[in-house]
Write a protein that binds this ligand. Structure first.
Ligand SMILES: [Zn+2]
Length: 293
């Protein structure tokens, strides 16, 4: 059995995966200190609780943030301050006593949606996760695109213009406008209740519509650029917003307006299917395709 873990931030999710199916997905609060030692101890405790009597052959871990090319070290993690340069893979392997592999969490989501979800059967696809922040993963020719340094596919940091400073210190990135934190900050500026679900449900309200116009323009132009660069079979929209009612239908005309002619008729936008299970399935698949073992 392979264990998939999505390290998250406030909470972490873990589940045993067999043949690409999560047998038991559970979520736990991350220790408040968020030190590597505390997180590792919490993981160990939960794995022991959940897996008594189960032989775990490997643990795949999705880590929020940028990792080195060899997937040994954390280069930068917005949710885990002070982990820069940490040899997380070997640290966890030592403390858990089980082989560990790791990958960026949004890449894990892409692998999961590719194995069992909205991108199943596709060789070329992009997964954009619209959550607290904006993440992504790019699969081309059936392989995750990792780039020259291991940091490809940071789709939340696509430059859309403007001067808002991103959590990564760059300016004008997609995440500053289209991440839940960015949307809620903008809502406050406009004197609106910063509740994402309510804001989306009441999107036709004349006071709320300009906020969504701004968000949809940002996401739509970014998706169109991605389509022009990568010519994917499909673009999958995940996180809390992607699968929200009518989100894909509302975004589609915006993307098409930005797209060049031959691309418009081919555009395939889909909501993600697996929710939180995607990253856990994808993390487990680091040990074998779709976690078969
Ligand atoms: Zn950024």
């Amino acid at each position: 059995m392979i264990l998939g873990v999505d390290l998250g931030g406030h909470s972490f999710a873990l589940g045993f995966v067999r043949d690409g199916t999560v047998l038991s997905l559970r979520e736990f609060e991350t220790p408040r200190s968020r030190t590597p030692e505390a997180v590792s101890a919490a993981l160990k405790e939960r794995i022991d609780d959940m897996g008594s009597g189960i032989k775990v052959h490997g643990i795949g871990i999705g880590v929020p943030g940028m990792l080195d090319f060899d997937r040994e070290k954390v280069l930068r993690s917005p949710n885990f301050a002070g982990w820069e340069g940490l040899h997380l893979r070997s640290l966890l392997e030592k403390s858990l006593g089980i082989p560990v592999r790791m990958e960026n969490d949004a890449n894990c989501t892409a692998l999961g949606e590719g194995a069992m979800g909205a991108a199943r059967g596709l060789e070329n696809f992009i997964v954009l996760t619209l959550g607290t922040g904006v993440g992504g993963g790019v699969v081309i020719g059936g392989n995750l695109v990792r780039g020259g340094h291991g940091m490809a596919g940071e789709l939340g940091h696509i430059v859309i213009g403007g001067r808002r400073i991103c959590g990564c210190q760059g300016s004008g990135h997609l995440e500053t406008v289209a991440g839940a934190d960015g949307i809620e900050a903008r809502a406050l500026e406009l004197g609106l209740e910063p509740d994402l679900k309510q804001l989306w449900a009441r999107r036709d309200d004349y006071r709320i519509r300009p906020l969504w116009d701004e968000v949809l323009e940002a996401i739509g132009s970014a998706v169109a650029s991605l389509v022009h660069i990568l010519d994917p079979d499909a673009v999958i929209l995940g996180g809390g917003l992607g699968p929200a009612e009518d989100f894909v239908e509302t975004l589609e005309p915006v993307v098409k307006r930005y797209l060049g002619e031959p691309y418009r008729t081919l555009l395939e936008l889909r909501p993600a299917k697996l929710g939180k299970a995607a990253a856990v399935i994808g993390a487990a698949s680091l040990f074998s395709p779709a976690g078969e073992e």
